[in-house]
Design a protein around this ligand. Sequence first.
Ligand SMILES: [Fe+2]
Ligand SMILES: [Fe+2]
Length: 295
Amino acid sequence: MQLENDLYAIDKTLLVKAGQVINRNTLKRIAALSGDHIDQPIKDTWLMKDLIETFQDQRYTNILYPPEVNQHVIRCISHLKIPEKIFLELAFMKEKSPATYHHILVIAILAAKISLDQSIKCVFATDMAIILSLFHDLGKSRIPDSILDKKTPLTLQERKMLSTHPLIGYILLHYYFGNSHHQFDFSSYQHHERLDGSGYPLGIKKINKYSQLIGVVDTLDALISDRPYRSRPYSLRAAIDFLLDEAEKGKFNKNLVRTLIIYSRRATPGAKIVIGEKGRDKEPEKNSYGKTVKS
Ligand SMILES: [Fe+2]
Ligand SMILES: [Fe+2]
């Protein structure tokens, strides 16, 4: 594994040089560079304010319901602490790519909401769901804007560079958490892996449950968000249909996708979930999500 550019931490420490081979020893060295990290409470910060505002996102009116659950999520967030340097990373992301920053906050509250759902067989701790979601795309802040904001399909080279963001986040988290990195860095490294092995960067099939959770809500948000490379976002219905198709192909945990279907249909609580071809919504025209061109 290698990166095309030098990678610096937010405090300007050089972590990896361009072209340097990244292996276990490299990561061990980076974890050892980290001094004691200072944790800062999220309560009463700009991050807390932004997270609360995220509940107003109209695209998720159906899913972020009922209000009591939202209040519960807010209470959980207000008890959390994250390393000071990750606050700086998130501030940097907010400045560089407001859309990615908003996306990160959306993933945190959606993952928290699902973690509180008693009907899911898989048990998630809400604080971990929130924290790991906040960390999952840290690596994107090191991807050039020309790639993040590109209006046309990415070239293979650009796709390759974008695909390094899980690795970049993984390295950063080794630095920010030092020897306790194990509890946190997988959220970055595995969130684009898929259960059938079709994901990246490793193509593994055994994925941590939190990464599975983040992967599902991450894909939902990617589909229903404005993106420079398509004329309009997917409707919530089309996005849910897409996720269900992918779950049926073995890429996503079906339980998690079904939970989102139930939330998205809260107008008819208790309705039997039958997904027919009829009435399915279509993907937007000129959609280049996940597509590449040769040069
Ligand atoms: Fe990502
Ligand atoms: Fe993401």
